[in-house]
Design a protein around this ligand. Structure first.
Ligand SMILES: [Zn+2]
Length: 489
């Protein structure tokens, strides 16, 4: 028996725009009072007319271009009718028959056994615009609804069922996340619900005898809705693979394609649970949205939106690796965010040392400080890192001191010039000589141990001198002078 997993993903991304999809309510609602970003249009009150948000259309085209989708010069909005509490209007405006973009693809890296990894093409069927629904918070005996999210522009990116494992699904989701964030079409903050995954998964089970196929089965397609982390996506896939196989073993003849079901995901229990037989599209009674005209886009509008995406993360990665000789892990961290990449390029203009040293500081230290402080790299004053590293390269500042300074400036907004002044290496030979003489006089036993072959003692002595100099000496001069003096004892 051969079992193959078939996975397709629908990814919902909130597009970064100032206002909602069809009205002028602000779409920056995070932490605001519930139901304070609402108007007659988002509520669907009689007589209120929706207007298409131009900025959302531009963002949809930008994502489309980045995902190699064709941008359709004519698309249309449709009305999807359903009665859920999270949709106050009783319908959702979406694109059904004529989406704004169709037929694209991305490449992901997949496991290739002993040969490491290989590139795999994942096809994208379409990406269409629609409006988000309200947020529901469930309690044991009631549910609270917050309409601030209702009407925020969404792009739904629908893949073909081209993925065959939980790793591939996760890689694909990460790829979309990385691209959409990098072109700044969305922040994709999953904790804020700005990116969610609907997983479609089933199994193809082939029974063979003597090498030839006897019978082929497919388990019913299960849709697991609203997964809000890569980890949940991965675990839900693994859970469904096991559950469906077990179900098939118990119930092989009934398990046939056609009985699509929707299941929810319980993150605490790491389990999916039955919700309902999935609606077919005719259950939604789609019809062309009567309050909106078809969306016609001219070539110039489309071209301008396409051009505005600039560089894509894969291209940026290649520049970092090939042109600047930066290691793959560090480069990958820098292309996680367009602002990190821009920061690297702008500091590089002012930094005289090696690009990979600069990249190491950004990816290995600054990103960590930013995560700790909740600040953005845009909050860091331009040129600061370059100034500090130039001082280090000229032996005027130790790397330990640079770490302290960055911490104080980024976390506590301390004054950079004063910190540099207070920490700059003192190039005073007499002072260093006196300090070393004192340390040697106070550590006679250690000196003897060192002379008898305990090499490790040297770094202890260097440390003592450095401490006495309050970290403001050049370690290589300390070492040189110490050795000279010890050898002459
Ligand atoms: Zn509104």
């Amino acid at each position: 028996m051969e079992v193959k997993t078939i996975i397709g993903l629908e990814i919902h991304v909130q597009l970064k725009t100032k206002s909602k999809m069809f009205c002028s309510c602000s779409s920056e609602y995070f932490n605001d009072i519930p139901n304070s970003h609402m108007c007659p249009v988002c509520l669907g009150l009689p007589g209120a007319l929706p207007v298409i948000n131009k900025e959302a259309v531009v963002q949809a085209i930008r994502v489309g271009e980045a995902l190699n989708l064709d941008i359709n010069s004519k698309s249309r909005f449709d009305r999807k009718n359903y009665m859920y509490p999270d949709l106050f209007k009783g319908y959702q405006i979406t694109q059904f028959e004529f989406p704004i973009t169709t037929s694209g693809y991305v490449y992901i890296n997949v496991n290739n056994g002993d040969k490491g990894s290989k590139s795999k093409k994942i096809r994208i069927l379409r990406a269409h615009m629609e409006e988000d629904t309200a947020k529901s918070t469930h309690y044991s005996d009631h549910t609270l609804l917050d309409g601030n999210k209702a009407g925020v522009p969404l792009l739904e990116i629908v893949s073909y069922p081209d993925m065959e494992s939980s790793e591939e699904a996760k890689e694909y989701a990460k790829k979309i996340y990385n691209i959409v964030r990098f072109i700044q079409a969305s922040d994709c903050d999953m904790e804020k619900g700005q990116m969610r995954f609907d997983l479609n998964v089933n199994l193809k089970i082939t029974k063979k005898e003597g090498g030839s196929v006897v019978k082929e089965y497919r388990t019913p397609i299960v849709e697991v809705k609203n997964l809000n982390s890569f980890r949940a996506l991965e675990r839900a896939t693994l859970y469904e693979e096991e559950r469906q196989l077990e179900e098939f073993r118990k119930n092989a003849e009934i398990a046939q394609v056609g009985n699509k079901v929707t299941r929810g995901w319980n993150d605490n229990l790491s389990k999916t649970f039955f919700q309902r037989e999935k609606e077919e599209s005719n259950d939604y009674r789609y019809f062309p949205e009567p309050d909106l005209p078809p969306l016609y886009l001219n070539k110039e509008f489309i071209d301008n939106a396409k051009k505005s995406i600039g560089i894509l993360p894969d291209e940026a990665l290649k520049i970092l690796e090939d042109k600047y000789k930066i290691g793959s892990n560090i480069a990958t961290t820098i292309v996680e965010d367009r602002s990190y990449y821009n920061y690297f390029l702008s500091e590089l203009i002012k930094y005289k040392g090696s690009p990979s040293n600069l990249a190491n500081w950004i990816a290995g230290y600054i990103v960590g400080l930013l995560n700790e402080s909740g600040k953005s790299i845009l909050d860091i004053s331009s040129g600061m890192l370059a100034i500090l590293l130039n001082l280090e390269d000229a032996n005027n500042l130790s790397s330990l001191k640079i770490k302290d300074i960055l911490k104080e400036v980024i976390l506590e907004n301390s004054d950079l010039d004063k910190l540099i002044n207070d920490n700059i290496i003192i190039k005073d030979d007499n002072m260093l000589d006196t300090t070393i003489d004192n340390i040697l006089a106070n550590n006679k036993e250690e000196v003897l141990k060192y002379k008898s072959g305990k090499d490790g003692i040297l770094s202890y002595l260097i440390g003592q001198v450095m401490r006495e100099m309050q970290g403001r000496a050049d370690p290589s001069s300390i070492k040189e002078k110490l050795l000279k003096k010890i050898n002459s004892i």
